[in-house]
Ligand binder design. Structure first.
Ligand SMILES: *Cc1c(COP(=O)(O)O)cnc(C)c1O
Length: 393
């Protein structure tokens, strides 16, 4: 019997080691990792350059609290500001906390700086924003909210990619719109360019803040540093976490200069946020991604992977659609994908799902074309095997 709460539906694999694009279980069995810890270990498992920087930091200083100025945290903030349209950063420890901070910042800015009694945040169906009470309320999926009533006020969910419904949902209480540019947990659904254009227009017209949740899409995953950069928009607040620290827990928001007074001393905080260890892991991750040109490679690798899957789709009527950008790929099937994932796992290849019918593929950026070839070959075999009529026992 386990001493853990059974809140995760865990696979019966005991992972004990990771190296590059592979994970190893207790028995030494090796798995090709097309999950990357859910879009976290983008440089592969235990990336040497990040390891070296974190080891240096381990020898110097782990934690001192935000009572002090922390040079490595400031350097990390500078880097993130240089990679986005934002001007200021705040660090926390997870994606949910980053979204929580964004919601608080949007409300405080509207109520204290603009002096307007607006507080509502509009989010979208099939979105995922986290598991804290505020962020699960913001999440557009009923299963995440069940049993946790009463939920905090001030959130409205509108159909994704529906400009008309969005327009109708804006009221004199609305203060912000929050969205994922490609919904991750909800099925790898990209935002339509016309929808994003409409959001931009509505934000300008009603003086709303635009919050983009880049917790899964950020840090190069889609072939640009941030997925909003595929569109002609400048969010007021960008939230991030998963890929930021190569597996070291860290989250962040980056926001526009106009928000600075709303997050004055004492307004918000967290003990561990941006501590020297976490900041050094994130800074080394960003520097390695930049110096070794990974973000540019993500685009090409994504195109290569998607083309192979589309070829597979042409011969397989059970594949409905291949979606996504860069190395955030979804393959919608006519039926449930859990069985496919299980069979892939039996062949030592790890894949994820995004809802019942969508296979989700989030490889490390270090994935090689030969590894993509092999994964697609194995997937083809698995799909063919599933096509065969099952013999009666
Ligand atoms: C994973 C995820 C979150 C929550 O992040 P945690 O670190 O698990 O709290 C929020 N938003 C999106 C888009 C995510 O994919």
């Amino acid at each position: 019997m386990s001493s853990l709460f059974p809140n995760y539906g865990r696979w019966p694999i005991r992972i004990v080691r990771g190296e590059g694009n592979y994970l190893y279980d207790e028995s030494g069995k090796k798995y090709l990792d097309l999950i990357a810890g859910i879009a976290v270990t983008s440089l592969g498992n235990v990336p040497p350059k990040v390891k070296e920087k974190v080891q240096e930091q381990l020898n110097t200083l782990w934690h001192c609290s935000n009572l002090f100025e922390i040079p490595v945290q400031e350097k990390l903030a500078e880097k993130l500001v240089s990679l986005t349209c934002g001007d200021r950063a705040f660090f926390c420890n997870s994606g949910a906390e980053a979204n929580e901070a964004a919601i608080k910042l949007a409300r405080k800015y509207t109520q204290k700086i603009l002096n307007e009694p607006r507080y509502e945040v509009i989010t979208f169906t099939q979105s995922f924003h986290g598991r804290t009470l505020a962020t699960l309320t913001a999440t557009g999926q009923a299963k995440v909210k069940e049993g946790f009533d009463p939920l905090p006020e001030g959130f409205v969910t509108v159909p994704y990619n529906d400009s008309r419904a969005l327009q109708d949902a804006i009221s004199d209480k609305t203060c912000a719109i929050m969205l994922e540019m490609i919904q991750g947990e909800g099925g790898v659904n990209p935002a339509d360019p016309e929808f994003v254009e409409q959001i931009k227009t509505l934000c300008a017209k009603h003086n709303l803040l635009l919050i983009v949740d880049e917790v899964q899409t950020g840090i190069g995953r889609t072939g640009k540093w941030f997925a909003y950069q595929h569109y002609d928009i400048e969010p007021d607040i960008i939230t991030m976490a998963k890929g930021l620290g190569s597996g070291f827990p860290i989250g962040a928001i980056v926001g526009k200069e106009k928000l600075v007074e709303a997050f004055g001393p004492g307004s918000h905080g967290t003990t561990f946020g941006g501590n020297p260890l976490a900041s050094s892991a994130a800074l080394a991750t960003l520097e390695t991604l930049e110096e070794d040109g990974y973000v540019a490679q993500v685009h090409g690798l994504g195109v290569y992977f998607k083309e192979k899957l589309e070829a597979l789709a042409a011969a397989n009527p059970t594949i409905v659609k291949v979606r996504g950008k860069g190395l955030m790929i979804g393959m919608e099937m006519t039926g449930e994908v859990a069985g496919i994932i299980e069979q892939m796992r039996a062949e030592s290849i790890l894949m994820l799902q995004a809802g019942p019918n969508v296979l989700r593929i989030l490889p490390p950026f270090t994935i090689k074309k030969e590894e993509i070839d092999r994964a697609v070959d194995v997937l083809e075999n698995v799909l063919n095997r599933m096509k065969e009529p099952v013999a009666n026992e």
